[in-house]
Design a protein around this ligand. Structure first.
Ligand SMILES: [Zn+2]
Length: 337
């Protein structure tokens, strides 16, 4: 067993304040156990930050994932990065409430292991929790990265003050996470519901998940890149630029993607009835307005939903949502001391 302890209910005095991304001064006095480390493990990079509940991110660093070098090579680099940031922050490990880790899913939260064969090949079954707990002697929590990003946005970003909240993350794939009654929504056995695999077109592209026409297989960065390549339109970025110039083939691919966004939004809105729908991920840096318009059009047509009560918003924390969410989860850890 990993020795994980249950998450305490959200405590108002522990939430990260809106706009709490300022750098606290090194060694700034904050009350004991109001400090945590957040780690966000993705397919290409690993972000690490020391976070204080009162001051937000204190120090942060990003290292390459180097997934091909294997899990065993990554663990000491993560441990070393945490040690360095603790030093730079003027903190010692025993001051930490805990360490939170978000990792590209799926993950086994109970065993603390990584299970993603697509983004982290060769890392399956890797226990990332035990080495950090052994190195720092503090509780360590592992969750799906989409859930951690949602936590970050709900504590300090676009979801703050809203409930329920759904966050969709557009990148290489499409991730989705929901907060309901202050808790991250989990399925059977505590598993993370995978909203990117809501099917919106049974005749659409075959997906690795086992069905066809998934939201992710039509509107993700990799889906757009594949469609662009098949039509000689370059990569996803070039495709979207060509669509803006009204190139017919590019416009058609984008229209299909936006139709998928609207259909998936329709399903998610009717299944979960969120007060706020957050769109985040790298693709939203440049294309938020286009994708948000598609989502908002579905919301506006949803006659069964309370009129005017569902809002669509852009993620506010960018690529820091993951580390902030992971740290906020750690700050809410209940210890047995
Ligand atoms: Zn799928």
């Amino acid at each position: 067993m990993s020795g994980l302890v249950p998450l305490a209910p959200p405590r108002r005095n522990r939430v990260l304040r809106s706009g709490s991304l300022r750098r606290a001064r090194c060694g700034e006095a904050v009350s004991a156990r109001d400090k945590a480390v957040g780690i966000d493990i993705g397919g290409t990079k690993i972000a690490v930050a020391t976070v204080s509940a009162s001051g937000g991110i204190v120090r942060e660093a990003t290292i390459p994932t180097d997934a091909a070098r294997g899990f065993a090579a990554a663990v000491p680099r993560i441990v070393d990065t945490v040690k360095r940031l603790l030093d730079e922050s003027g903190w010692s490990a025993h001051e930490l409430q805990g360490i939170g880790i978000g990792c590209t899913g799926p993950v086994d939260r109970v065993r603390g292991t990584i299970l993603n064969p697509h983004t982290l090949p060769g890392w399956q079954g890797g226990d990332v929790v035990s080495p950090l707990r052994d190195a720092f002697g503090r509780p360590v929590l592992l969750e799906n990265d989409a859930d951690m990003a949602l936590r970050g946005e709900c504590h300090a970003g676009a979801g703050r003050g809203f409930d329920p909240v759904v966050m969709l993350t557009f990148g290489t794939g499409i991730g989705g996470a929901a907060l309901v009654h202050g808790q991250v929504l989990r399925g059977v056995a505590g598993e993370h519901p995978d909203m990117g695999h809501v099917s919106v077109d049974p005749r659409g592209p075959r997906c690795y998940c086992g069905t066809s026409g998934c939201f992710e297989s039509l509107a993700s960065g990799s889906a757009l890149a594949a469609a662009a390549a098949a039509h000689g339109l370059g990569d996803a970025r070039q495709l979207l630029a060509r669509a803006r110039e009204h190139e017919p083939a590019a416009e058609g691919i984008l229209r299909d993607a936006l139709s998928a966004v609207a259909s998936a939004t329709w399903t998610i809105v009717h299944a979960l009835l969120p007060e706020r729908l957050i769109l985040g991920g790298g693709m939203m840096d440049e294309h938020y307005e286009t994708f948000a318009a598609a989502a908002a059009s579905a919301v506006a047509r949803a006659a069964m939903a309370p009129p005017g009560r569902i809002t669509v918003a852009r993620a506010a924390l960018g690529n820091r949502a993951g580390v902030l969410g992971a740290a906020s989860a750690a700050l809410n850890l209940r210890t047995e001391e």
